[in-house]
Design a protein around this ligand. Structure first.
Ligand code: PEP
Ligand code: MG
Length: 529
C-alpha cells in the first residue's frame, strides 16, 4: 500500500470528500486514447474554431508583420486541404491531437525543406498554429474525470469546473490557485470542497485521497484509521449543516427583528432547480458570463433570453439582478478576450470589454430587455470605473429598447445599476448618481485595494475582506446610498461568510447577496446580531 501523504494548503470551499484522484495534466494525454471517432471529430472541429476565434481577436490589435503572421494562420485553419488529412486520420480511429500533429508536422517538414527563404520562415508560424489547436484540444479535460473524483491540477479556469460532473460529489485540490478566484466561488456555490496552494503534488501512484476544504488539507492514500477519522469529521459537518438548514424558512433578520434583505448569487440557471424561492428575497447577482463557455459558440439572443426568463419566472414577484458579461481577468473566452494581456485583471475586463465588443453587448442587452417583461429585472454593469461607461451602456440599452419597440417585439427598459468593485467608484460614488443601485463587489474591491491578485496563491494572505481600508470603503458607499436614496447591496463572497456578516451590518448594509448554499448559515449569523 502507498504511504499516506498529508499536504497543507489554503481552504477555498468548505466540506470533506474522500474518493479517487484524477490528475488533470495526465488527462490531456489520456484523453487522446479515447478513440471515439465522432467525439474526436467534434473536439477537433471545436478546437479549430476556437483557435480561429482567438486569432481573429489578436489580428485586430496586431500591426504589420504580426498581423500578417496571424492572418496566415487563420487562412491555413480555414483551408480544407490542410484539415482534410487530419479528419481522415480521426475517421480511422486516431485521437484528434495525434492526427492533427501528424498532419501539420508533415506540412512543417515540407516548409522546412523548401529552397525558398519565405517558406522556411513560415515553418515557425505553422508550429504556432499547430500548438494553438493542441492547446484547445487539451483544454477541458475535466469532463473525462469520472463523477465523484478529486480533480488535482496547477490551477483551473471556471470553464473547466463547469464542464465537470459533480452529480456524485467530488473535490478540487490545486497546487496554485486562490480562495478568491472565480473557480473557488463556483465550488462554494455548488458545495464542492476545494483546497488551493498545496505546492508540489505528484501522482506517485496515489489512487485515492481525502480533501478537507475547511482546514485546507489534502491527504493522499489515507490509511484505514485516517479514513475513519475523516468519515466522522464529515458526519459532524453534515450535522452542523443540518442545523443551519432549520433557518432556511425563517426571515432574514437581526435579533432586534430588523429585516435584512437576503438575495442569492447565481451562476447558472440550472442551479435554481433545487432552490426554493421562498428562502430568499430574490436574486442579487446572476453572473451571466457563465452562459458563455470557452471554446464553444457564443450563446445567441434567443438562448440568452430563455436563460434570463427562466430566472425571472423562478423569482416571480421578487427582484432579479442580472449582471452583463464580466469576462476577462480569470474568466477568459477565446475569441472575445485579448490573448497575451500582461495583467488581465487590470486590462480589458467587464464593461471595458463589452463596450469594445458592441455586437456581443447589444445581443445581450436585447435579450435582457426582452426578458424584462417577465418579472422584476434589474441590469447591473461590472467593472465600472468612470461614469462615461455607465452613460454609454444606458445609451446602448435605450437604443436596443427602441429597436425592439419598432420591430414590435415585447420588451422593457430595466433599471441600470453598477457594481462597486473598483476603488475609484467606492471612493467617489457621487460621480455615479444616475445609477439605479449600487452592488458592492467585495471580491474585486479587496484585490484592487490590497493590490493582491485574487487568483495568486503567493499573495492570498493579503486578501482580507475585513481589512479596515475595505470596511471603510463599504461604509462610505452604504452611507452615500442611504443619504441619496440609492439602494446599496453587497454581492461579494464575504457576505456568504458568517465571520464577516456582523461587520457588514455594522457598516450600514441592509441588503446582502449570498451563495445559495449559505442562506441558512447567513440567516443564523444575522439572528445573532
Ligand atoms: C465581486 O467582485 O465581488 C463580485 C461579486 O464579482 P465577481 O466575483 O464575479 O468578480
Ligand atoms: Mg467582480
Amino acid at each position: 500500500m502507498r504511504q499516506a501523504v498529508e499536504l497543507k494548503g489554503r481552504p477555498a470551499s468548505d466540506g470533506i470528500f474522500a474518493g479517487p484522484v484524477f490528475f488533470l495534466e495526465d488527462a490531456a494525454a489520456k484523453r487522446r486514447e479515447a478513440g471515439d471517432a465522432e467525439a474526436e471529430t467534434e473536439a477537433f472541429d471545436a478546437a479549430v474554431a476556437a483557435a480561429i476565434a482567438g486569432l481573429t481577436v489578436l489580428v485586430v490589435t496586431a500591426e504589420g508583420d504580426g498581423a500578417d503572421m496571424l492572418s496566415f494562420q487563420i487562412a491555413l485553419l480555414d483551408d480544407d486541404a490542410l484539415l482534410q488529412p487530419a479528419r481522415a486520420l480521426i475517421a480511422q480511429g486516431r485521437p484528434a491531437d495525434e492526427a492533427w500533429r501528424k498532419t501539420v508536422d508533415a506540412e512543417i517538414l515540407g516548409y522546412e525543406m523548401s529552397d525558398d527563404d519565405y517558406f522556411r520562415a513560415r515553418a515557425a508560424d505553422l508550429k504556432d498554429m499547430r500548438d494553438r489547436v493542441l492547446r484547445h484540444l487539451a483544454g477541458n479535460a475535466a469532463h473525462l474525470a469520472q463523477a465523484g473524483a478529486i480533480l488535482i491540477g496547477d490551477d483551473v479556469p471556471p470553464s473547466l469546473f463547469l464542464e465537470a460532473d459533480w452529480s456524485k460529489g467530488g473535490a478540487i485540490a490545486l497546487r496554485q490557485g486562490s480562495p478568491s478566484s472565480h473557480v473557488a466561488i463556483l465550488a462554494r456555490a455548488r458545495g464542492v470542497p476545494m483546497v488551493v496552494g498545496l505546492g508540489d503534488i505528484r501522482p506517485n501512484d496515489h489512487a485515492e485521497a481525502v480533501v478537507d476544504g475547511s482546514t485546507g488539507l489534502l491527504v493522499l492514500s489515507p490509511d484505514g484509521p485516517a479514513k475513519q477519522f475523516w468519515l466522522e469529521k464529515a458526519q459532524g459537518l453534515a450535522e452542523r449543516r443540518e442545523q443551519e438548514q432549520r433557518f432556511l424558512d425563517r426571515p432574514a433578520q437581526l435579533k432586534s427583528d430588523e429585516r435584512i434583505e437576503l438575495l442569492i448569487n447565481v451562476a447558472e440557471p440550472q442551479e435554481l432547480d433545487v432552490l426554493d424561492p421562498s428562502h430568499c428575497d430574490g436574486i442579487g447577482l446572476m453572473r451571466s458570463e457563465f452562459l458563455f463557455r470557452d471554446g464553444k459558440p457564443l450563446p445567441d439572443e434567443e438562448t440568452q433570453y430563455r436563460a434570463y426568463r427562466r430566472l425571472l419566472e423562478w423569482a416571480g414577484e421578487k427582484p432579479v439582478t442580472i449582471r452583463t458579461l464580466d469576462i476577462g481577468g480569470d474568466k477568459p473566452i477565446a475569441g472575445l478576450t485579448p490573448e497575451g494581456e500582461r495583467n488581465p485583471f487590470l486590462g480589458l475586463r467587464g464593461i471595458r470589454l463589452t463596450l469594445a465588443r458592441r455586437d456581443v453587448f447589444k445581443t445581450q442587452l436585447r435579450a435582457l430587455a426582452r426578458a424584462a417583461v417577465h418579472g422584476k429585472l434589474k441590469v447591473m454593469v461590472p467593472m465600472i470605473t468612470v461614469n462615461a461607461e455607465l452613460q454609454a451602456t444606458a445609451q446602448l440599452l435605450d437604443e436596443v429598447v427602441a429597436e425592439l419597440a419598432q420591430a414590435g417585439i415585447p420588451a422593457l427598459r430595466p433599471p441600470l445599476g453598477i457594481m462597486v468593485e473598483v476603488p475609484a467608484v467606492a471612493l467617489a460614488p457621487e460621480l455615479f448618481s444616475e445609477a439605479a443601485f449600487f452592488s458592492i463587489g467585495s471580491n474585486d474591491l479587496v484585490q484592487y485595494v490590497m493590490a493582491a491578485a485574487r487568483d495568486e496563491t503567493s499573495v492570498a494572505s493579503l486578501s482580507d475582506p475585513a481589512h479596515p481600508a475595505v470596511l471603510r470603503l463599504i461604509a462610505h458607499v452604504a452611507r452615500y446610498g442611504a443619504e441619496h436614496g440609492i439602494p446599496v447591496s453587497l454581492c461579494g463572497d464575504m457576505a456568504s461568510d458568517p465571520r464577516f456578516v456582523p461587520a457588514l451590518i455594522a457598516q450600514g448594509l441592509k441588503t446582502l447577496s449570498v451563495s445559495p448554499a449559505t442562506i441558512g448559515r447567513v440567516k443564523a449569523a444575522l439572528a445573532e446580531i
